[in-house]
Design a protein around this ligand. Structure first.
Ligand SMILES: *Cc1c(COP(=O)(O)O)cnc(C)c1O
Length: 370
């Protein structure tokens, strides 16, 4: 089966992981610090704190904003469930905004109708790694959390995504552009906020015993400052991250090559709409290849591809359509995509043969059924 998402692990990552295994210190330690320094440097981030995954990073970011309980947080409906769960867990109310059909991104135009006097913050997602147009959104004046789970290599000019809002959150889950055995990170220009993030990730404990032992008698006594679940990263994940960071450019080049190959093949088929490219001066991350299928062909194509050994999916079943959030929103663009959108295989472990097969199967389906 050709999978829709995936990671590529090589000798480079194995070597980093073996170093950690050989050290017999698996939990948080020097390798996490090393990854934090390297990631911060690569993306030119002012501050950076690694956590156990992006879902918790989003929850932490909302906690750090310290908004009044029950504040409304505007977020795109076309995103992963953990975005809305973070809002609920932080004691706020998710207000779902539509996305633009051609970019799958939230925009100032889709956010504006959601603003009320209870609005506390806006969460945006750079879908597939295409940078969201941030300036008009920042102009609304609310704190913005950037979900950069797809956008680890995305930038506008010299500035990486994650540095435009109040906080930015990255994901290193096993199928993201920088893949580890789960991990994430939070950035903000506000150093004090980032100090609090370090404390939150360790159950609200201000300093570890080891840190305290340098200047304190009874260094084992805690100073618990906040209430938060444990969200610590570990050295094994950080080692994978160091290896993946060394090979990020290589993997990104593979993703772009596949992206361009698909574009050339599918632009010839009038029943497929290919995804938007980044504008001049912007950089895309090519996390996923999202196509729109005209003429009611989506479900048929997905099933046909599955039968031929190509796994596809649709990301994301719009959150406002899930009864648990009790939303009465009508978000037409997302609802159209819910019937017409499909994510097809794009990841660095696809061979040329795999990519050719994806194109062949889709082309064949078109000849037979469209
Ligand atoms: C993957 C993903 C997350 C969650 O990241 P984890 O590290 O898996 O918790 C959040 N938002 C989006 C858009 C994602 O794709």
């Amino acid at each position: 089966m050709i999978n829709v998402f995936g990671a590529k692990i090589t000798e480079v990552e194995r070597e980093e992981v073996n170093k950690v295994l050989g050290s017999n210190w698996l939990g948080i330690g020097n390798t996490v610090s090393e990854f934090e320094t390297a990631f911060k440097k690569r993306l030119k981030l002012p501050n950076f704190v690694m956590v156990d995954n992006a879902s918790n990073g989003l929850f932490m970011s909302l906690k750090l904003l310290a908004l009044p309980p029950g504040s409304e947080i505007i977020l795109p409906t076309l995103t992963f469930a953990s975005c809305a769960q973070a809002v609920m867990l932080a004691g706020h109310r998710p207000v779902f905004a539509d996305i633009e059909l051609d970019t799958q991104n939230i925009s100032a135009a889709t956010i504006e109708p959601c603003i009320t006097r209870r609005t506390g913050a806006i969460m945006i997602v750079h879908y597939a790694g295409l940078p969201v147009k941030m300036d008009p959104i920042l102009d609304f004046g609310f704190p913005v959390v950037e979900d950069c789970a797809h956008a680890v290599d995305s930038k506008v000019g010299d500035r990486y995504c994650g540095t435009f809002g109040k906080l930015g959150v990255y994901s290193y889950d096993g199928m993201k552009n920088l893949a580890t055995c789960d991990g994430g990170g939070v950035t903000s220009e506000d150093a004090e906020l980032m100090e609090r993030a370090r404390c939150l990730r360790y159950c609200g404990i201000a300093k570890s015993g080891l840190e305290n032992s340098k200047h304190k008698n009874r260094w084992w006594e805690y100073d618990i400052k906040d209430v938060f679940p444990r969200c610590l990263p570990n050295n094994v994940g950080a080692a994978l991250g160091l290896g993946q960071l060394k090979r990020l450019d290589e993997n990104q080049a593979t993703r772009k090559r596949i992206w361009d190959f698909y574009g050339e093949a599918f632009n010839r088929l009038e029943w497929i709409k290919t995804p938007a490219n980044a504008d001049a001066g912007e950089q895309h991350s090519y996390f996923t290849y999202f196509v729109r299928l005209l003429g009611g062909s989506r479900d048929g194509l997905a099933k046909y591809m599955l039968e031929k050994g190509v796994y596809t999916t649709f990301r994301y079943h719009p959150l406002h359509m899930n009864p648990i959030y009790d939303s009465d929103a009508k978000l037409p663009n997302s609802e159209v995509l819910n019937d017409t959108g499909l994510n097809i295989p794009l990841h660095p472990n696809l061979s040329d043969e795999d990519v050719n097969k994806v194109v062949e199967v889709i082309t064949e389906y078109g000849k037979q059924y469209v």
